[in-house]
Design a protein around this ligand. Structure first.
Ligand code: UFG
Length: 337
Protein backbone atom coordinates (compact mmCIF):
# COMPACT_ATOMS: atom_id res chain seq x y z
CA UNK A 1 0.00 0.00 0.00
CA UNK A 2 1.22 3.43 -0.78
CA UNK A 3 1.34 6.17 1.76
CA UNK A 4 0.66 9.20 -0.36
CA UNK A 5 -1.24 11.91 1.48
CA UNK A 6 -4.57 13.38 0.42
CA UNK A 7 -5.27 16.91 1.67
CA UNK A 8 -8.95 17.84 1.35
CA UNK A 9 -9.71 21.54 1.37
CA UNK A 10 -6.17 21.89 0.09
CA UNK A 11 -6.90 25.26 -1.50
CA UNK A 12 -8.12 26.74 1.79
CA UNK A 13 -6.09 28.79 4.24
CA UNK A 14 -4.80 26.04 6.55
CA UNK A 15 -5.05 23.29 3.91
CA UNK A 16 -2.81 25.08 1.42
CA UNK A 17 -0.15 25.91 3.97
CA UNK A 18 -0.20 22.30 5.16
CA UNK A 19 0.19 21.13 1.55
CA UNK A 20 3.22 23.43 1.18
CA UNK A 21 4.77 22.17 4.43
CA UNK A 22 4.22 18.54 3.38
CA UNK A 23 5.90 19.19 0.04
CA UNK A 24 8.78 20.98 1.75
CA UNK A 25 9.20 17.98 4.06
CA UNK A 26 9.42 15.67 1.02
CA UNK A 27 5.99 14.00 1.16
CA UNK A 28 3.95 13.05 -1.85
CA UNK A 29 0.68 14.99 -1.74
CA UNK A 30 -2.54 15.26 -3.73
CA UNK A 31 -5.07 18.00 -3.04
CA UNK A 32 -8.85 17.83 -3.40
CA UNK A 33 -10.97 20.97 -3.21
CA UNK A 34 -14.26 22.04 -4.78
CA UNK A 35 -13.04 25.66 -4.85
CA UNK A 36 -16.26 26.89 -3.23
CA UNK A 37 -14.09 28.86 -0.80
CA UNK A 38 -10.50 27.99 -1.64
CA UNK A 39 -7.99 29.47 -4.06
CA UNK A 40 -6.23 27.32 -6.63
CA UNK A 41 -3.28 29.78 -6.55
CA UNK A 42 -2.64 28.97 -2.90
CA UNK A 43 -1.54 25.40 -3.65
CA UNK A 44 1.99 24.30 -4.51
CA UNK A 45 1.94 24.35 -8.32
CA UNK A 46 3.64 20.97 -8.76
CA UNK A 47 1.30 18.72 -6.82
CA UNK A 48 -1.70 16.96 -8.38
CA UNK A 49 -4.89 18.92 -7.78
CA UNK A 50 -8.40 17.56 -8.26
CA UNK A 51 -11.32 19.95 -8.34
CA UNK A 52 -14.12 17.95 -6.77
CA UNK A 53 -16.33 17.39 -3.80
CA UNK A 54 -15.66 15.24 -0.73
CA UNK A 55 -19.32 14.16 -0.86
CA UNK A 56 -18.93 12.58 -4.32
CA UNK A 57 -17.78 8.98 -3.74
CA UNK A 58 -16.85 8.49 -7.43
CA UNK A 59 -14.45 11.43 -7.41
CA UNK A 60 -13.03 10.47 -4.03
CA UNK A 61 -12.55 6.83 -5.01
CA UNK A 62 -10.72 7.83 -8.15
CA UNK A 63 -8.44 10.24 -6.29
CA UNK A 64 -7.64 7.62 -3.65
CA UNK A 65 -6.85 4.91 -6.19
CA UNK A 66 -5.12 6.90 -8.90
CA UNK A 67 -2.88 8.62 -6.38
CA UNK A 68 -2.43 5.58 -4.10
CA UNK A 69 -3.50 7.42 -0.99
CA UNK A 70 -2.88 5.80 2.39
CA UNK A 71 -3.27 8.85 4.61
CA UNK A 72 -5.72 11.74 4.72
CA UNK A 73 -5.74 15.17 6.29
CA UNK A 74 -9.30 16.40 6.12
CA UNK A 75 -9.76 20.19 6.12
CA UNK A 76 -12.65 20.60 3.66
CA UNK A 77 -15.49 22.15 5.68
CA UNK A 78 -17.46 25.31 6.26
CA UNK A 79 -16.14 27.08 9.34
CA UNK A 80 -18.06 30.25 10.18
CA UNK A 81 -19.78 30.08 13.53
CA UNK A 82 -22.28 32.87 12.81
CA UNK A 83 -23.26 31.41 9.43
CA UNK A 84 -23.75 28.02 11.04
CA UNK A 85 -26.20 29.50 13.53
CA UNK A 86 -28.19 31.14 10.71
CA UNK A 87 -28.09 28.09 8.41
CA UNK A 88 -27.48 24.92 10.42
CA UNK A 89 -28.45 22.53 7.63
CA UNK A 90 -25.69 23.63 5.26
CA UNK A 91 -23.18 22.93 8.04
CA UNK A 92 -24.64 19.53 8.86
CA UNK A 93 -24.88 18.61 5.20
CA UNK A 94 -21.47 19.87 4.12
CA UNK A 95 -19.42 19.02 7.18
CA UNK A 96 -21.16 16.03 8.71
CA UNK A 97 -23.18 14.25 6.02
CA UNK A 98 -20.64 14.66 3.21
CA UNK A 99 -17.79 14.23 5.69
CA UNK A 100 -19.20 10.89 6.87
CA UNK A 101 -19.64 9.67 3.31
CA UNK A 102 -16.08 10.76 2.61
CA UNK A 103 -14.73 8.82 5.61
CA UNK A 104 -16.64 5.69 4.55
CA UNK A 105 -15.17 5.97 1.03
CA UNK A 106 -11.68 6.38 2.50
CA UNK A 107 -12.05 3.31 4.71
CA UNK A 108 -13.36 1.18 1.82
CA UNK A 109 -10.39 2.23 -0.28
CA UNK A 110 -7.62 1.34 2.13
CA UNK A 111 -6.89 4.61 3.95
CA UNK A 112 -5.16 3.78 7.25
CA UNK A 113 -4.42 7.16 8.83
CA UNK A 114 -6.95 9.98 9.10
CA UNK A 115 -6.29 13.39 10.64
CA UNK A 116 -9.33 15.62 11.19
CA UNK A 117 -9.17 19.38 11.29
CA UNK A 118 -11.32 19.98 14.37
CA UNK A 119 -11.89 23.01 16.53
CA UNK A 120 -12.04 24.47 20.03
CA UNK A 121 -15.72 25.08 19.20
CA UNK A 122 -16.39 21.47 20.32
CA UNK A 123 -15.96 22.65 23.95
CA UNK A 124 -18.54 25.44 24.01
CA UNK A 125 -18.25 27.92 26.88
CA UNK A 126 -15.26 26.82 28.94
CA UNK A 127 -15.81 25.73 32.50
CA UNK A 128 -12.03 25.44 32.93
CA UNK A 129 -9.24 27.59 31.42
CA UNK A 130 -6.78 26.66 29.96
CA UNK A 131 -9.01 24.07 28.34
CA UNK A 132 -7.79 20.45 28.44
CA UNK A 133 -8.98 17.80 25.98
CA UNK A 134 -10.92 16.20 28.85
CA UNK A 135 -13.11 19.32 29.14
CA UNK A 136 -16.86 18.63 28.62
CA UNK A 137 -17.83 18.63 24.94
CA UNK A 138 -20.79 20.97 24.75
CA UNK A 139 -20.72 22.92 21.48
CA UNK A 140 -22.77 26.12 21.34
CA UNK A 141 -23.33 26.25 17.62
CA UNK A 142 -23.97 23.98 14.62
CA UNK A 143 -20.37 24.39 13.40
CA UNK A 144 -19.05 22.94 16.67
CA UNK A 145 -21.66 20.17 16.61
CA UNK A 146 -20.77 19.26 13.03
CA UNK A 147 -17.09 18.84 13.93
CA UNK A 148 -17.87 16.92 17.12
CA UNK A 149 -20.14 14.69 15.04
CA UNK A 150 -17.27 13.90 12.68
CA UNK A 151 -14.96 13.17 15.60
CA UNK A 152 -17.51 10.60 16.79
CA UNK A 153 -17.88 9.08 13.34
CA UNK A 154 -14.11 8.67 13.14
CA UNK A 155 -13.92 7.20 16.63
CA UNK A 156 -16.50 4.66 15.52
CA UNK A 157 -14.46 3.73 12.40
CA UNK A 158 -11.45 3.41 14.67
CA UNK A 159 -13.36 0.87 16.76
CA UNK A 160 -14.88 -1.08 13.89
CA UNK A 161 -12.17 -0.86 11.21
CA UNK A 162 -8.98 0.00 13.06
CA UNK A 163 -8.69 3.36 11.28
CA UNK A 164 -6.00 5.46 12.98
CA UNK A 165 -7.63 8.78 13.81
CA UNK A 166 -6.58 12.09 15.33
CA UNK A 167 -8.76 15.12 16.00
CA UNK A 168 -6.77 18.32 16.04
CA UNK A 169 -8.78 20.94 17.88
CA UNK A 170 -7.45 24.26 16.69
CA UNK A 171 -7.72 27.39 18.70
CA UNK A 172 -7.21 30.52 16.52
CA UNK A 173 -5.18 29.89 13.40
CA UNK A 174 -3.35 33.07 12.36
CA UNK A 175 -0.44 34.41 10.33
CA UNK A 176 0.84 33.56 6.88
CA UNK A 177 3.51 31.53 5.15
CA UNK A 178 6.99 32.97 5.76
CA UNK A 179 7.31 33.76 2.04
CA UNK A 180 4.42 36.24 2.36
CA UNK A 181 2.81 34.53 -0.63
CA UNK A 182 0.21 32.29 1.04
CA UNK A 183 -2.21 33.61 3.61
CA UNK A 184 -5.72 34.23 4.76
CA UNK A 185 -8.23 35.29 2.08
CA UNK A 186 -11.88 34.75 3.04
CA UNK A 187 -14.99 36.19 1.49
CA UNK A 188 -16.58 37.53 3.57
CA UNK A 189 -13.73 38.13 6.01
CA UNK A 190 -14.83 37.73 9.61
CA UNK A 191 -11.53 37.03 11.41
CA UNK A 192 -9.94 39.58 13.68
CA UNK A 193 -6.37 39.75 12.37
CA UNK A 194 -7.22 40.12 8.65
CA UNK A 195 -9.80 42.76 9.58
CA UNK A 196 -7.19 44.67 11.61
CA UNK A 197 -4.72 44.71 8.72
CA UNK A 198 -7.40 45.58 6.16
CA UNK A 199 -8.11 48.55 8.40
CA UNK A 200 -4.40 49.42 8.52
CA UNK A 201 -4.45 49.35 4.70
CA UNK A 202 -7.51 51.65 4.69
CA UNK A 203 -9.73 48.97 3.16
CA UNK A 204 -11.95 49.43 6.18
CA UNK A 205 -12.66 52.49 8.26
CA UNK A 206 -12.28 50.84 11.67
CA UNK A 207 -12.32 47.61 13.60
CA UNK A 208 -15.45 46.85 15.56
CA UNK A 209 -14.43 45.24 18.84
CA UNK A 210 -17.15 42.73 19.65
CA UNK A 211 -17.77 43.17 23.35
CA UNK A 212 -16.07 45.42 25.90
CA UNK A 213 -17.86 44.04 28.94
CA UNK A 214 -16.46 40.53 29.26
CA UNK A 215 -15.06 39.41 32.59
CA UNK A 216 -11.47 39.79 31.37
CA UNK A 217 -8.76 42.31 32.40
CA UNK A 218 -9.63 44.83 29.65
CA UNK A 219 -13.20 43.66 29.04
CA UNK A 220 -12.50 42.22 25.56
CA UNK A 221 -12.48 38.56 24.55
CA UNK A 222 -9.32 36.48 24.86
CA UNK A 223 -8.08 33.98 22.26
CA UNK A 224 -5.07 31.70 21.81
CA UNK A 225 -3.52 32.52 18.42
CA UNK A 226 -1.39 29.81 16.84
CA UNK A 227 0.65 30.31 13.68
CA UNK A 228 -0.73 28.49 10.68
CA UNK A 229 2.69 27.01 9.81
CA UNK A 230 2.98 25.60 13.32
CA UNK A 231 -0.47 24.10 12.85
CA UNK A 232 0.58 22.62 9.52
CA UNK A 233 3.69 21.07 11.03
CA UNK A 234 1.62 19.61 13.85
CA UNK A 235 -0.37 17.62 11.27
CA UNK A 236 2.85 16.19 9.88
CA UNK A 237 4.00 15.23 13.39
CA UNK A 238 0.72 13.38 13.92
CA UNK A 239 0.98 11.44 10.65
CA UNK A 240 4.54 10.48 11.55
CA UNK A 241 3.27 9.41 14.99
CA UNK A 242 0.62 7.22 13.35
CA UNK A 243 3.31 5.45 11.35
CA UNK A 244 4.90 4.61 14.72
CA UNK A 245 1.72 3.26 16.29
CA UNK A 246 -0.37 6.21 17.44
CA UNK A 247 -3.95 5.06 17.01
CA UNK A 248 -6.58 7.52 18.20
CA UNK A 249 -6.71 10.72 20.20
CA UNK A 250 -7.88 14.32 20.38
CA UNK A 251 -5.30 17.09 20.70
CA UNK A 252 -5.59 20.78 21.40
CA UNK A 253 -3.49 22.98 19.17
CA UNK A 254 -2.77 26.39 20.59
CA UNK A 255 0.28 28.02 22.06
CA UNK A 256 -1.27 28.05 25.53
CA UNK A 257 -1.33 31.81 25.95
CA UNK A 258 -4.25 34.17 25.45
CA UNK A 259 -4.43 37.72 24.07
CA UNK A 260 -7.39 40.07 24.27
CA UNK A 261 -8.82 41.79 21.21
CA UNK A 262 -7.34 45.11 22.37
CA UNK A 263 -3.93 43.50 22.90
CA UNK A 264 -4.05 42.15 19.36
CA UNK A 265 -4.91 45.60 18.00
CA UNK A 266 -2.07 47.21 19.98
CA UNK A 267 0.50 44.62 18.87
CA UNK A 268 -0.68 44.93 15.28
CA UNK A 269 -0.18 48.72 15.42
CA UNK A 270 3.41 48.16 16.55
CA UNK A 271 4.00 45.66 13.76
CA UNK A 272 2.58 47.72 10.89
CA UNK A 273 3.33 51.23 12.15
CA UNK A 274 -0.18 52.48 11.35
CA UNK A 275 -2.79 53.60 13.78
CA UNK A 276 -5.76 51.23 13.77
CA UNK A 277 -9.02 52.98 14.61
CA UNK A 278 -11.49 50.86 16.53
CA UNK A 279 -14.86 51.14 18.19
CA UNK A 280 -16.16 48.93 20.96
CA UNK A 281 -19.46 47.39 19.83
CA UNK A 282 -21.83 44.76 21.21
CA UNK A 283 -20.82 41.14 21.72
CA UNK A 284 -20.97 38.78 18.75
CA UNK A 285 -23.50 36.00 19.31
CA UNK A 286 -21.91 32.69 20.19
CA UNK A 287 -18.47 34.07 21.16
CA UNK A 288 -17.02 32.53 24.33
CA UNK A 289 -15.22 35.11 26.53
CA UNK A 290 -11.93 33.19 26.81
CA UNK A 291 -10.47 30.36 24.72
CA UNK A 292 -6.98 29.26 25.71
CA UNK A 293 -5.58 25.80 25.07
CA UNK A 294 -4.03 23.47 27.54
CA UNK A 295 -1.66 22.09 24.91
CA UNK A 296 0.35 19.74 27.16
CA UNK A 297 -0.99 16.55 25.62
CA UNK A 298 0.37 17.54 22.23
CA UNK A 299 3.68 18.81 23.64
CA UNK A 300 4.14 15.63 25.68
CA UNK A 301 3.35 13.32 22.77
CA UNK A 302 5.15 14.89 19.84
CA UNK A 303 8.50 16.38 19.05
CA UNK A 304 6.82 19.68 18.16
CA UNK A 305 7.21 23.17 19.54
CA UNK A 306 5.66 26.30 18.06
CA UNK A 307 8.25 28.11 15.96
CA UNK A 308 6.18 31.30 16.30
CA UNK A 309 5.85 31.63 20.06
CA UNK A 310 4.74 35.25 20.33
CA UNK A 311 1.79 37.15 18.97
CA UNK A 312 4.16 39.70 17.44
CA UNK A 313 5.97 37.05 15.40
CA UNK A 314 2.64 35.74 14.14
CA UNK A 315 1.39 39.23 13.27
CA UNK A 316 4.55 40.08 11.33
CA UNK A 317 3.87 37.26 8.87
CA UNK A 318 0.21 38.24 8.56
CA UNK A 319 1.14 41.87 7.85
CA UNK A 320 3.60 40.81 5.17
CA UNK A 321 0.88 38.80 3.44
CA UNK A 322 -1.75 41.54 3.67
CA UNK A 323 0.69 44.12 2.30
CA UNK A 324 1.55 41.83 -0.62
CA UNK A 325 -2.03 40.77 -1.29
CA UNK A 326 -4.18 43.67 -0.14
CA UNK A 327 -7.01 42.38 -2.34
CA UNK A 328 -6.36 38.70 -1.71
CA UNK A 329 -5.22 36.22 -4.33
CA UNK A 330 -7.50 37.72 -6.96
CA UNK A 331 -5.61 41.01 -6.72
CA UNK A 332 -2.27 39.30 -7.37
CA UNK A 333 0.91 39.99 -5.44
CA UNK A 334 2.43 43.45 -5.00
CA UNK A 335 4.63 42.80 -8.02
CA UNK A 336 1.69 41.58 -10.13
CA UNK A 337 1.09 43.45 -13.37
N1 UFG B 1 -13.49 40.06 16.79
C1 UFG B 1 -13.74 41.40 16.90
N2 UFG B 1 -13.99 42.11 15.77
C2 UFG B 1 -13.97 41.55 14.53
C3 UFG B 1 -13.69 40.18 14.41
C4 UFG B 1 -13.45 39.46 15.57
O1 UFG B 1 -13.78 41.94 18.01
O2 UFG B 1 -14.22 42.26 13.54
C5 UFG B 1 -13.21 39.29 17.99
C6 UFG B 1 -14.14 38.12 18.17
O3 UFG B 1 -15.33 38.54 18.78
C7 UFG B 1 -13.29 37.16 18.99
C8 UFG B 1 -11.86 37.45 18.51
O4 UFG B 1 -11.92 38.74 17.90
O5 UFG B 1 -13.38 37.49 20.34
C9 UFG B 1 -11.38 36.46 17.48
O6 UFG B 1 -12.36 36.35 16.47
P1 UFG B 1 -12.14 35.56 15.12
O7 UFG B 1 -13.38 35.74 14.30
O8 UFG B 1 -10.85 35.94 14.51
O9 UFG B 1 -11.99 34.06 15.59
P2 UFG B 1 -13.02 33.18 16.47
O10 UFG B 1 -12.38 33.05 17.82
O11 UFG B 1 -14.40 33.68 16.42
O12 UFG B 1 -13.04 31.84 15.62
C10 UFG B 1 -12.13 30.82 15.77
C11 UFG B 1 -12.04 30.04 14.47
C12 UFG B 1 -13.35 29.37 14.18
C13 UFG B 1 -13.77 28.54 15.37
C14 UFG B 1 -13.84 29.40 16.60
C15 UFG B 1 -14.19 28.58 17.82
O13 UFG B 1 -11.71 30.91 13.40
O14 UFG B 1 -13.22 28.53 13.05
O15 UFG B 1 -12.58 30.00 16.84
O16 UFG B 1 -14.85 29.41 18.76
F1 UFG B 1 -14.97 27.99 15.19
Amino acid sequence: MSNNILVTGGAGYIGAITAWELVRAGYSVVALDNLSKGHREALPPDIPFVEGDIGDPKVVEEVLNVHKVGQVIHFAAFSLVGESVAQPWIYFENNLVKGTRFIETCVRNGVKNFVLSSTAAVYGDPVQVPIPETHPLRPKNPYGFSKLGLENVLESYHQTHGLNVAFLRYFNAAGADATGEIGEDHDPETHLIPIIFQTALKKREKVFVFGGDYDTPDGTAIRDYIHVTDLARAHIAVLEGMEKGLSHHAYNLGIGRGYSVLEVIREAQEVCGHEIPYEVAGRRAGDPPVLVADNRRFLDTFDWRPAYDSLRAILRTAWQWHKNYADGYAGGGDDAV
